[in-house]
Design a protein around this ligand. Structure first.
Ligand code: FDA
Length: 305
């Protein structure tokens, strides 16, 4: 119930305005978000790289309905990728891209061209792009764009959300040689008709999907903080005889940082998803929806100011 309310609030302009103008939110928000500028993103990337962690950088912003905003997002990504290359982070940091930030709500061809420009810049920076997966209504369009991009940029990463009833099917289609696939539970509201809504069902689907990906020929990117699922991932790596460099764990910046380091120290590839930028509201509210304890932390910080 609380999760649904927070996800509804994540799409509410009214709540967003109140939250954005509240001076007190900044410190709490920065627990999950690297900062607002490319300099902030590079600083955090450097610190994580020093600890042996890989990074995926996400420029905050989504659901753009204006072509000029989409163009600004493309330019920002291109600049970020140039700066990443100049700083020598090409091998350690890639970017994550929400297609709604570059025009998916406007036109699919326009979005594809924009994503292509970002993939071209990523290739020049010796790195890759992963297409985040957003609301369930966007899944088919995102997969079409992914397949088009993969003709020229086969290393473009896909995302499968385990809460979707079709998740296992998507994994089977994507588990081919060279295919980078991030598996996550799914962070958006979705109806029973298309998604599992109970935690147990979502977790079971995640395990089934992991089996398909880890048993397949692609490069699985297992994005979860769930201790049980991380343990099962390790067991599947043994079962399918996977070398540590043939898959990776992924976690969000600010969530279970000690676990990120522990896995990296054991020799696993661990990538931290680092979001930065001014448009933090939707991202932050989805993190709140995932874990009511974070909401308590947030409200306490409001009360003690
Ligand atoms: P779950 O939420 O069940 O949590 C399991 C445990 O992890 C908790 O008990 C707690 O210990 C810890 N934990 C989880 N969330 C926490 C939090 N916010 N704060 C503190 N502890 C927390 N979604 C999507 O729809 N599209 C996408 O493209 C992506 N991309 C993506 C990339 C990466 C790298 C990650 C890690 C996640 C995503 N997600 C996503 C989000 C994902 O779908 C999911 O909402 C969150 O990862 C939370 O699910 P968990 O698997 O962590 O389990």
């Amino acid at each position: 119930m609380l999760r649904q309310a927070l996800l509804a609030a994540s799409r509410s302009d009214g709540v967003r305005k109140v939250m954005e103008t509240a001076p007190l939110t900044r410190d709490v928000v920065h627990r999950f978000i690297a900062g607002e500028t490319i300099d902030d993103a590079l600083r955090v990337t450097g610190a994580l790289a020093d600890e042996g962690l890989l990074v995926s950088l996400d420029v905050l912003g989504e659901d753009v309905h204006d072509a000029s905003q989409a163009e600004a997002a493309v330019k920002h990504y291109v600049e970020l990728l140039e700066r990443l290359a100049a700083a020598g982070f090409g091998g350690r940091a890639e970017v994550s891209l929400k297609l709604t930030a570059v025009g998916q709500a406007i036109d699919e061809d326009f979005t594809l061209e924009n994503a292509r420009r970002i993939c071209t810049a990523a290739r020049s920076a010796s790195t890759t792009v992963t297409l985040d997966m957003e609301e369930y209504q966007r899944v088919e369009s995102t997969l079409r764009i992914l397949h088009e991009l993969r003709r020229d940029f086969p290393d473009t990463g896909a995302v499968v959300q385990a809460y979707l009833r079709r998740a296992e099917e998507y994994c089977a289609e994507l588990a081919y040689e060279g295919s980078r696939v991030r598996l996550c539970k799914g962070a958006y509201a979705a109806p029973e008709s298309v998604a599992f809504t109970g935690k147990g069902e979502v977790d079971k689907s995640f395990v089934r999907c992991m089996k398909v990906l880890m048993g397949g020929k692609g490069y699985p990117m297992l994005a979860t903080h769930d201790p049980r699922l991380v343990e099962i991932a390790g067991a599947l790596a043994v079962l399918y005889d996977r070398d540590p460099d043939t898959f990776e764990y992924q976690m969000l910046y600010g969530i279970r940082p000690q676990e990120q380091r522990r896995l990296a120290e054991l020799g696993a590839r661990v990538r931290v998803y680092v979001a930065y930028g001014e448009e933090w509201y939707g991202y932050f509210m989805r993190r709140m929806a995932e874990r009511p304890a974070n909401l308590g932390f947030f409200l306490r910080s409001v009360a003690t100011r």
